[in-house]
Structure formats: structure tokens, C-alpha cells
Design a binder for this molecule. Structure first.
Ligand code: GLN
Length: 480
């Protein structure tokens, strides 16, 4: 059983392995759970493994195969789920002390769709508290370490999901992205990470951070695997009014397409403040695409400079409202010291939230307050429109945009914890995609001299995941 090489499998080898009876889904699940348990002390990527649930799902796959039924496109695939996504009966902490004992009564739609497709959910991954952070150091359950260098952060906030996939304990994972939290950790850990268009994947069951920016998306070790997982979880959902009525298509079917003549834009604003090695690796990636016949041209996204400020007004405003529900009355752990309703609220929230969440609740409450609303929140919404228009204009001239994911590769644990502004700037190139709601992804494009992975970002038009994957597929094929 333990000879099932979980860490090297991809979805296609799992499908053929199951069908040729090289291993059963239960054997694979057992090996994956054992591997995750053995590796976890190094990285702290998982907060909880759900062995029973995993083995139950694996058993159903084996039964389907034995009965000659189609077990689903993700049959037996070990998947990890970020702990801000609800799993029925399985603890969902959001990396917060406040939800230390929260067992949701329902599954997120994305989770349900994964299991309906045969996937085996292994466990829940560590993350920054309520997905607020860029290094996974804001988790109440300790930081995650980067499998490529245990002294460095895996990125955040989906750091646990990226580390789980990079260390080979899960074949794919779900993450969430509000301002870069899928792409930045994917880049830091050397895996593929996809932020789909806003509305492409149902957020039913995603614990809300900033509702107008939150996305669920996949992380995986190959473009094919990420495309397939997205195919499974994408599409309209009655349970989420913001999920779009836009037809989905097969993202895996475009991966072998030719990209000759495709027009790619390089935004000049994205190449000025980055570490030279990161820039060189991204430009090497661009050269590969050019070699495949893509036509590369410079473009400008003039409002880029305002993105971080705009994001931290909108995201904190929405967060301050979304986090109001953690008051000790409902899901949360409650402070035992309280002697009145007021003190119960105060003590519960005061001792439950970590520093970053408190900072954001205060900032968000301030920008929404009477007298400041127009000056901050409303203004930021206008700037957001300008940023989205920059992209619209650019996409009139080009089919896709290539950019770095983050200004530098994975930094050391503790390096930026005392300087929130420094930390916020590591999302400078990812925030714009979320503000505009367009699909974007990180694809590994090489390693620095110190052996740290770097990702290249591909951004495409609204709901043009196919165009984005076409480019990613061509790049991966040519660079292997
Ligand atoms: N790092 C950004 C933040 O702290 C983005 C987080 C996210 O995408 N969830 O808000």
C-alpha cells in the first residue's frame, strides 16, 4: 500500500492506475493520509486530516469501478481544502481561534462538486486568519513553512494549500483569492494556482472576507490538473446569487492548442519594482511564448499605482462588515469571563481575533464611517472602476497579459511581520486582477540561484479562462 507513490502522481496517472488496478482508491487514500501525516510536522500545512471521510469517498470510487460504473473525472484524487471553505462535520477554523470548534452543518458547493466527481478530500489546510495575509504567519495555529526552504514562508493566505501540493501530500487543493492568495503562494511554492473570473465558481460555503473580491480556485502541480479541477467546480450555483449564468467549457481541451499569432501584452508598470532575478525568469517565460509564435507588445495599465491603496480600503470595509458576525453568540467560541452582554462581545472579539484582523476591522470601520465614507470607500470604488477599465482597454489590443506574480520570491519567516505595508506590497501585482474580476493564474517559470521557485502570471479577459489556459498549456509543454 505504502508503495503507492502519492507525491509523484497526477490526475491522469491516478485514473489509469485505478482502471488498470495498479492500486485501489482506498489504497491511494491510505497512502496519501499516511504521507500527509508524516510530512506535516515539517510544514504545518494541514490543520486537520479527515481520514474517515476520505476513506468513505475512496470506497465509493472502488465500488463504482467494481460495478462498472463511471467513477467521475476526479476519481480517487487526493485533494486538500483551505480551511476557510466549509466541510460538513469537519472542523473549519479559518485559521482563527474564534472558530476553533466550528463544525459546519453543510459543505461548500465546490467541495460537494469535488466529491461528486470522485475526489477524496484528505483534510483542511492552514491559512492566514480569515484569509488576511500574504505569508501564512497570521494563522492562530502557527505558520506554514515553504517545502522548498523550511526557513521561508509559503506565501499566503492559501499557504497551506500551496505547501500541501508542493510537498506532494495532495495532488490538488482548493484555495481562496481576494487579493492574490492563490497566485502568490502558488508562485512561492512552485505550483500552478488559478483565480477564476469573479462569479465563475460558487462561493457558497466560502467564509466571507471581502465579498466583492473573494474567489475560490484550484492549486495543482500541472496546468492540466488545475484546469480539470476548475472544470469540475465551475458553473452557476443556485445557492450563490453572485455565481454567473455564463456557460462553462472544457478547459483541458484547449491545452494543446497552437498559440501562434496570439497577442500578449506586457504592462510596463509591472516590471519596474521587482527583484532582478524574478524579472529575468518572467522574461524568459515570455521568450518561450514568443518562440511559440505569440506576438509580444508593451502595454500600459496606468492606474496600477493606486491598486494597493484601493484594495485595502475596499477589502477592509467589507471585512469589517463580514467579521461582525463573530460575536460569541453564534458559531464562535465565547469568552468565559464575561459578566454582561456588552462584555461578552468585547471579550470574545478582543481575545478571539488576531492582530491583523483587528487592524482591518478598525480600518474598515473607519473608512465606512459617517463623514469618511465618500472620501474613502466611495472614492476607492471609483478607482476600482478605473483599474477595471485599464484592463478593458488593454484587452481591446491584446488577447492576454503576462506579468510577474510577486515582486520577489518567498521571503524568510518573520522578515515582514513587523511592517504591514511591506507585507501588503507583496500583492501589488495580484490585487489588480481581483479588483477587475478577471481570470488570472500563476504558472511556475523557474528557480532563482538560491533554488526558490518563481511564478509567471497570465491574465485574460472576463470569463476567458479558455484563452488563459491555452497559453498556460502551451507554455508548460514548451518549457518542460
Ligand atoms: N494578502 C492579501 C491580504 O492580506 C490578499 C489576501 C487574499 O487574497 N485572501 O488581504
Amino acid at each position: 500500500m505504502s508503495e503507492v507513490p502519492v507525491g509523484t502522481l497526477d490526475i491522469r496517472t491516478i485514473q489509469s492506475g485505478l482502471r488498470t488496478r495498479r492500486f485501489s482508491a482506498v489504497e491511494l487514500a491510505q497512502a496519501a493520509l499516511a504521507h500527509a501525516e508524516a510530512e506535516n510536522p515539517k510544514t504545518n500545512a494541514y490543520l486537520e486530516l479527515c481520514g474517515e471521510r476520505a476513506l468513505g469517498a475512496a470506497r465509493r470510487v472502488d465500488e463504482a469501478l467494481a460495478a462498472g460504473r463511471e467513477p467521475g473525472p476526479l476519481a480517487g484524487v487526493p485533494v486538500a481544502v483551505k480551511d476557510v471553505i466549509t466541510t460538513r462535520g469537519v472542523r473549519t477554523t479559518c485559521g482563527s481561534r474564534l472558530l476553533a470548534n466550528f463544525r459546519p452543518p453543510y459543505d461548500a458547493t465546490a467541495v460537494r462538486r469535488l466529491e461528486d466527481a470522485g475526489a477524496v478530500i484528505l483534510g483542511k489546510t492552514n491559512c492566514d486568519e480569515f484569509a488576511m495575509g500574504s505569508s501564512n504567519e497570521n494563522s492562530a495555529y502557527g505558520p506554514v513553512r515553504n517545502p522548498h526552504d523550511l526557513e521561508r514562508v509559503p506565501g499566503g493566505s492559501s499557504g497551506g494549500s500551496a505547501a500541501a501540493v508542493a510537498q506532494g501530500t495532495a495532488v490538488a487543493a482548493l484555495g481562496s483569492d481576494t487579493g492574490g492568495s492563490i497566485r502568490q503562494p502558488a508562485s512561492f511554492c512552485g505550483v500552478v494556482g488559478v483565480t477564476p473570473s469573479y462569479g465563475r465558481v460558487s462561493r457558497y460555503g466560502l467564509v466571507a472576507f471581502a465579498s466583492s473580491l473573494d474567489h475560490i480556485g484550484p492549486l495543482a502541480r500541472s496546468v492540466y490538473d488545475a484546469a480539470l479541477v476548475l472544470e469540475v467546480i465551475a458553473g452557476r450555483d443556485e445557492m450563490d446569487a453572485t455565481s454567473a449564468q455564463v456557460a462553462t467549457s472544457s478547459y483541458t481541451s484547449v491545452l494543446d492548442d497552437d498559440i501562434r499569432g496570439l497577442r500578449i501584452g506586457l504592462p510596463k508598470e509591472y516590471f519596474t519594482d521587482l527583484a532582478s532575478e524574478t524579472g529575468e525568469l518572467v522574461m524568459k517565460g515570455v521568450a518561450v511564448l514568443e518562440g511559440l509564435g505569440a506576438e509580444v507588445r508593451p502595454i500600459s495599465l496606468p492606474h496600477t499605482d493606486y491598486a494597493v491603496a484601493c484594495y485595502y480600503i475596499i477589502a477592509t470595509a467589507e471585512a469589517s462588515s463580514n467579521l461582525a458576525r463573530y460575536d460569541g453568540v453564534r458559531y464562535t467560541t465565547r469568552s468565559a469571563q464575561a459578566d454582561s452582554l456588552q462584555s461578552m462581545y468585547r471579550l470574545t472579539r478582543g481575545s478571539g481575533f488576531g492582530t491583523e484582523c483587528k487592524r482591518r476591522i478598525m480600518l474598515g470601520t473607519y473608512v465606512l464611517s459617517h463623514g469618511y465614507y465618500d472620501a474613502y470607500y466611495l472614492k476607492a470604488q471609483k478607482v476600482r472602476t478605473l483599474i477595471a477599465r485599464d484592463f478593458e482597454k488593454a484587452f481591446a489590443e491584446v488577447d492576454a497579459i503576462i506579468a510577474p506574480v510577486s515582486p520577489s520570491p518567498a521571503f524568510r519567516l518573520g522578515e515582514k511581520t513587523n511592517d504591514p505595508m511591506e507585507m501588503y506590497l507583496s500583492d501589488i501585482y495580484t490585487i489588480t486582477g481581483d479588483l477587475a474580476g478577471i481570470p488570472c493564474m500563476s504558472v511556475p517559470c523557474g528557480f532563482t540561484a538560491a533554488g526558490l521557485p518563481v511564478g509567471m502570471q497570465i491574465l485574460a479577459r472576463h470569463f476567458d479562462e479558455s484563452g488563459m489556459f491555452r497559453l498556460a498549456g502551451a507554455y508548460e509543454r514548451a518549457s518542460r
